[in-house]
Design a protein around this ligand. Structure first.
Ligand code: CP
Length: 315
């Protein structure tokens, strides 16, 4: 595997999930693969889980790890071509990505959207430039439109904990006070549409995701109806795709509570974290038996390890 930025970079999703669960049982079996190999994790935005789980996955595989918080510690990057760099940017992404490729065998990049210009965000300029200029395999640590390591860990968690063959999985919108990216719900939807699950997306009218990510999903604007008989509920806020990056008024009653779980199939509740308690998701759920958010975060290691193992095998 030379690139992991979307589910479309994976030829067989099920075998990657199986491999992640096998690595969970035998985490140090492939240390020889990473010997004398280096991964550079480049962050343009904050992270707890992605940073630590990917680092742990690389260490489990015997790799060396370098972390660069380029937004705080690096030179300000220029992305545009054919301009004189007479403003605040100091280094062009062409040189920066190419130089990183001299130091690392694999590069991971995190770059959030600006949520101002949809065309710019959805064109994934930073990722495409890294892919073009770094010359080594690239793994997304979350881009403007997708978070594939999170989605793989989510699918691993569902496969690991499901109690029936084809579980009902519901992605439900949740309230928030800040406009958040669509990357996690886009990505989750894209992966669930490829998985052997019965997949529904519940959101208030106006929060439709880009259809490129939701083909095959059932869309429901009635949360209670959508949650009926659910085995897994994936809670996440996102801002509107149209008008882009906006929060629409109302909908505070979409926060999931224990009462809302009554008609589910004893549903397990997931969230990618970080989560704002009693705003996005109730504390009674987070502290109760139905929450699997910490287990889900733990599985980030095995998802990352499966991807890095495949990349190391392709070097
Ligand atoms: N879920 C997730 O990606 O967490 P971080 O932003 O802390 O990495």
């Amino acid at each position: 595997m030379k690139k992991f930025t979307t589910v479309h970079d994976v030829s067989d999703v099920n075998s990657l999930v199986v491999e992640a669960l096998q690595l969970k049982q035998n985490r140090y079996a492939f240390q020889h693969l990473g010997k004398n190999k280096t991964i550079a994790l480049v962050f343009l935005n904050p992270s707890l889980r992605t940073r630590m789980s990917t680092q742990k996955a690389a260490l489990n595989l015997g790799m060396n790890v370098m972390v660069l918080n380029i937004d705080k510690e690096g030179w300000a990057l220029e992305l545009r071509d054919d301009i004189a760099m007479n403003g605040t940017t100091v280094e062009h992404i062409r040189e920066a990505a190419a130089v990183m490729g001299q130091y690392a065998d694999i590069i991971g990049v995190r770059s959030f959207p600006g949520l101002k210009d949809r065309e710019e965000d959805y064109s994934e300029t930073i990722f495409n430039k890294f892919v073009e200029f770094c010359g080594v395999p690239i793994v997304s640590l979350e881009s403007a439109t997708r978070h594939p390591l999170q989605s793989l860990a989510d699918l691993v968690t569902i496969e690991e904990l499901k109690a029936r063959h084809r579980p009902k999985v519901v992605l439900t919108w949740a309230p928030h006070i800040k406009p958040l990216p669509q990357a996690v719900p886009n990505s989750f939807a894209e992966w669930m549409c490829k998985a052997d699950v019965d997949f529904t997306i519940a959101h208030p009218k106006g929060y439709e995701l880009c259809e490129d990510f939701t083909k095959g999903a059932t869309i429901n604007h009635n949360q209670d109806e959508a949650l009926a008989d659910a085995d897994f509920i994936y809670v996440k806020n996102w801002s509107a795709y149209e008008p882009y990056g906006q929060i629409l008024p109302g909908n505070e009653d979409w926060m999931l509570t224990n009462d809302r779980l009554k008609n589910t199939n004893n549903a397990k509740v997931m969230h990618c974290l970080p989560v704002r308690r009693d705003l996005e998701l109730s504390a009674e759920i987070l502290d109760g038996q139905s929450s699997i958010v910490v287990h889900e975060a733990g599985n980030r290691v095995w998802a990352a390890q499966a991807v890095l193992k495949r990349m190391l095998e392709s070097l």
